[in-house]
Design a protein around this ligand. Structure first.
Ligand code: AMP
Length: 283
């Protein structure tokens, strides 16, 4: 069922037909998310549990948008639809944070502290972590970067790295949403501590409060989704990440999508826009 997307060139009508009815996406969330992204989360010495399916023309995407706009959920859904691996820098720092203490390098310990406060991790640390994982950018299934780049200097470094590695970005998807809705989404978000599936207390509640529908894991509020951290993150976003929109617009890579509605609506909208984008730009 997913293979049409894996080859990436289905027509808009095929895509619309494939993503409806919505239970298709729910099924994906429940059963298809089997790649544990070990090489990304734990570094190049780790092996991913499932090799990515090779695709003719991999999708290589960056997702932009304020915290809480739903980039992580969209990255998971797009992974199901396009086969590209979800590479989230925030997930790397959260994985490091859950190991705790002594195995972490001093830079990673400091990074985890920044994350807990909701502040941006210094560019140098983020950059070291990403270059160490540059093999993931060559993933045969493509990739979806989520949370990186977050500053113009990270974007400039990514551009250089991609050029050096002989890779090109397909598009940069920027999700738009009014601030009031962003805050409501962030404060109600709950994430499974085991499989990382994201729920929302109001709009995507689990069947049993506090328990993941998929693996039975405990649902937790991210430390940085608490009100004090949300404020810091929004300020960091406005200051550091908003300029990226212009950076990618100038490079002709920016695709803006409304993040209003359900995750399935947004994903459908994204897939249609990406299909049209690929047809228009031959990328
Ligand atoms: P996210 O899950 O993308 O919201 O990231 C969670 C936290 O990880 C952020 O609030 C930052 O503290 C840190 N972080 C993730 N990615 C980056 C990045 N590219 N640059 C700086 N800090 C980052």
């Amino acid at each position: 069922m997913l293979s049409a997307y894996h080859h990436g060139l289905g027509s808009v009508t095929q895509i619309t037909a494939k993503i409806r009815p919505i239970p298709y996406l729910a099924k994906y969330m429940a059963t298809e998310s089997k790649n544990d992204r070990a090489a990304w989360l734990y570094g190049p010495a780790a092996r991913c549990s499932a090799a990515a399916e090779m695709v003719g023309v991999p999708w290589r995407l960056v997702l932009l948008g304020a915290p809480g706009v739903g980039k992580g959920t969209q990255a998971d859904l797009l992974h199901g639809a396009l086969g590209a691996c979800h590479l989230s820098t925030g997930d790397v720092f959260r994985a490091a944070s859950s190991w705790g203490g002594c195995e972490l390098s001093p830079a990673m310990k400091a990074a985890v502290d920044y994350m807990r406060r909701g502040a941006l991790v210094p560019d140098g640390t983020v950059w070291e972590m990403v270059t160490e994982r540059k093999g993931c950018l060559h993933c045969g299934g493509g990739f979806i970067l989520d949370g990186f780049p977050r500053t113009v200097s990270q974007a400039e470094l990514l551009k250089l790295l991609m050029e050096n590695e002989g890779l090109t970005l397909t598009a940069v998807v920027n999700y738009d949403l009014p601030l009031s809705e962003i805050v409501a989404r962030l404060s109600g978000r709950r994430t499974c501590e085991s499989c990382k599936t994201v729920f929302h207390v109001a709009t995507r509640p689990p069947n049993v409060a506090g328990v993941c529908d998929h693996c039975g894991g405990k649902l937790l509020q991210r430390e940085d989704d608490r009100p004090a951290s949300i404020e810091v993150r929004m300020e960091a976003y406005n200051r550091s990440t908003t300029p990226l929109i212009e950076f990618y617009r100038k490079l002709g890579l920016l695709l803006s999508i409304s993040a209003a509605g359900t995750p399935e609506d947004i994903c459908g909208r994204t897939l249609m826009a990406l299909t049209a984008w690929r047809a228009r730009n031959a990328v």
